[in-house]
Design a binder for this molecule. Structure first.
Ligand code: KIV
Ligand code: NA
Length: 277
């Protein structure tokens, strides 16, 4: 596979070819993204939930993110690599944000970063992009701000909410973002925002009018037997496949079916008899 760069993404956008983005959190999930031809691999802070079992994305640290980023890059070589700045790593000051963005490049082997927020992040995004680190914005439902949003709520459902979202998206573009994630945004407003901007929008729960789509890999593979939001199409049911496989393994060990002859190593002819003498 040819290496995907920021230019590749701009060309896809120019040619109106949908941009595919998928998360990964370790070496095997990175390899899947690589082999499937996905253009952008996002090491999302959602890995705190889907790989580490946290209740939400608040607890995950820079160290944990960087550890997972490095693992992903051993598998995902061709996709453009974006590291998701965790809660607390970029809000305190633009200097803190720049320091941590640089860590994603130097220690996480990433090629760009993503951060949540709107016009209030303007200076921070400028500071990061000016040193040559591509920034992906993220507006709409911003999970790191779940407490002030009152939970995981769809954004852009009312005219007021839509106006704020569009103002934020414009500010992110002005600040220098190369793309913007629109999460859980009503379809008309996601489409309107997409048409208004001259950088690509990447939707998750934002309908068909965006320039690209992103999903969380574990969710789209159905690795968990639990509630999934309506936007998350499940392309597989790995929970069932994996649990059934492991149950079968257990039963076969209990009943003596496994291991069979073909899983066992013989000795050289005559050697066992010789050994017994
Ligand atoms: O953390 C994540 O996986 C994300 C995507 C859903 C955009 O932020
Ligand atoms: Na995220």
């Amino acid at each position: 596979r040819a290496k995907v760069t920021i230019n590749t993404i701009q060309n896809l956008y120019k040619n109106k070819e949908p941009i595919t983005v998928l998360t990964a959190h370790d070496y095997p999930t990175g390899l899947f993204v690589e082999k499937a031809g996905i253009e952008v691999c996002l090491v999302g802070d959602s890995l705190g939930m889907v790989a580490l079992g946290y209740q939400n994305t608040s607890p995950i640290t820079m160290e944990e993110m960087l550890h997972h980023c490095r693992a992903v890059t051993r598998g995902a070589k061709s996709p453009f690599l974006i590291g998701d700045m965790p809660f607390g790593s970029y809000e305190t000051s633009s200097t803190d944000a720049l320091k941590n963005a640089i860590r994603f490049i130097k220690e996480g082997n990433m090629e760009g970063v993503k951060l949540e927020g709107g016009s209030e992040m303007f200076e921070t995004i400028q500071k990061i992009t000016r040193v040559g680190i591509p920034v992906m914005g993220h507006v709409g439902l911003t999970p790191q701000r779940q407490y002030s949003l009152g939970g995981y709520r769809i954004q852009g459902k009312t005219a007021d909410s839509a106006k704020k979202l569009i103002k934020d998206a414009k500010a992110l573009q002005e600040a220098g973002c190369f793309a913007i994630v629109l999460e859980a945004v009503s379809e008309p407003i996601a489409t309107y925002t997409t048409k208004m901007l001259h950088i690509p929008t990447i939707g998750i729960g934002a309908g068909a009018g965006t320039d690209g789509q992103v999903l969380v890999q574990q969710d789209m593979l159905g690795i968990f037997d639990r509630f999934m939001p309506r936007f998350c199409k499940q392309y597989a049911n790995l929970d069932k496949i994996v649990t059934d496989a492991i149950k079968t393994y257990r039963e076969e060990v209990k009943s003596g079916i496994f291991p069979a002859k073909e899983h066992s190593y013989p000795m050289e002819k005559g050697e066992y008899e010789k050994f017994l003498q």
